[in-house]
Write a new protein. Structure first.
Length: 130
């Protein structure tokens, strides 16, 4: 593939990813807080929102790994679609990391034990999740 053809392919790929990102983003988290679904599930399960996001991303990474190892797809979704989904999750991961970095110190997410159960609390100490 020539450099020109690859650039055309790449631009089309990114354009499709943006469409997928916008459509699925509205479905999963609405327009106000792009990370609300990860934060809501994290709260339910006593995890950090980044951990929840990574579980979703890993599903696509595993599918891509299987494709590379076995040279075939086991579902009706094209492997390029899985790659696009993973790239979108990586963009979300970068955004969520930035959000966590930009929070005031007393609002950083922290996982700690309470009464034998995991719970997500607003962080009170000076240590950060970075």
């Amino acid at each position: 593939m020539t450099a020109k053809k690859f650039l055309e392919f790449y631009e089309k790929l990114v354009e499709e990813e943006k469409k997928i990102f916008t459509l699925k983003g509205k479905e999963y988290s609405g327009d106000v807080n792009r990370f609300s679904n990860f934060e809501r599930i994290a709260e339910e399960l006593g995890l950090h929102p980044i951990e929840v996001l990574w579980v979703y991303a890993t599903k696509h990474k595993d599918s891509i790994s299987t494709y590379i190892k076995e040279k075939k797809v086991h579902s009706n979704e094209d492997i390029i679609g899985r790659i696009q989904d993973l790239r979108n999750y990586l963009a979300l991961l970068a955004g969520l990391i930035i959000k966590c970095r930009d929070l005031p110190e007393n609002h950083k997410w922290k996982l700690r034990k309470k009464g034998g159960k995991n719970a997500l609390y607003k962080k009170r100490s000076k240590k950060s999740i970075r």
